[in-house]
Design a protein around this ligand. Sequence first.
Ligand SMILES: *Cc1c(COP(=O)(O)O)cnc(C)c1O
Length: 395
Amino acid sequence: MNLRLKAYLESEIDALKIKGIFRLPRVLETAAGPRVRMDGRDIIQLSSNNYLGLTRHPKVVAAARRAVEEFGAGPGAVRSIAGTMSLHLELEKRLARFKATESALVFQSGYTANVGVVSTLMQEGDLIVSDELNHASIIDGCRLCKAQRSIYRHLDYGHLREILKAARQKGAGKILVVADGVFSMDGDVSDLKAIRALCREFDAIPMVDDAHATGVLGADGRGSVDHFGLKDDWDIQIGTMSKAFGVMGGYVCCPRLLVDFYIHKARPFLFSSSHPPAVIAACSAAIEVMETEPEWHARLWDNTRFFKEGLKRLGFNTGNSMTPITPVIVGSGSRAARFSDELFDAGVFAQGIYFPMVAEEKSRLRTIVMATHTRRDLEEALDAFARVGRNLGVI
Ligand SMILES: *Cc1c(COP(=O)(O)O)cnc(C)c1O
């Protein structure tokens, strides 16, 4: 290995070790679910995005199996040349219907959807206005284009208004206002009504990333635009199928005109191959389950209320979450790492989250309940949180 490279890498890795946050990912030895085997231990899972438990729903699994048999292992090309299968179009139709939009376009992941949608649309002379806690994939989309960027303070719509007003006075071109629907580290929610009103006032384009809102907010989990009753009046909705859908992939739901534009111009669509048939079919089946089995969505919220109340009653700082993502804020990164390790030894997995994902002093464990957790799973998890929390002096 090049010696300069070796020295650089060792110093980077050492810095992580000194901070006490060097960890290799834990290894799952069973299918994702509420109770799993991980690193050789049976544990209660509180760190997956598998909100509705669809990763192993029989209808979703069966759809994947059928598609492999009928359509093979891979699509054989990028979407724009020979890789668009009838399965993709079916999924896009279902997505558009689920989100009540004119059209939808599927990308390889939520990450590539954001990168493609933002960077393709916004040009020099345009402005992207972004909540300060937006997801990294939105930030990377901004970095890939020549439009200017402004950051508004988290959920501060007075600040957003000031930025928009100043930009319009200066004669900006297109203005895109983009926010996570549900913020992935805190579980709080953007006020899309406020954003929509400001977009109208200042002639801006509203965009929401509903990665953590789909399957969670709105009727049957249709997302935050549905939750705020703005169905017909929102230009760009991004989402992922790797969270509540339990599978993999990203999408944009929007007017047909935008889809036609992206099909011809978005680089992830043009230069990276599309999903294998099994994945596409499983995603379609996941939507069908959401539409026809609303009980999963109801259970998710029952469990959310129960677990959140339990953590609060024990005296943990759970921030301002309004969704199944409940942070347990403990302070420094090393403290969060230690809490997560001890909790794991007690049979519960809640990932420690530290800088750069959140500010160092707001290091935390992030918990996400699932529809398929039983009351007993959650009671056991709360007991473990109480024991470890007291041991470490967090409560
Ligand atoms: C997880 C997430 C993504 C990325 O989705 P993938 O399908 O995993 O690439 C994008 N945006 C937000 C807000 C997310 O939480």
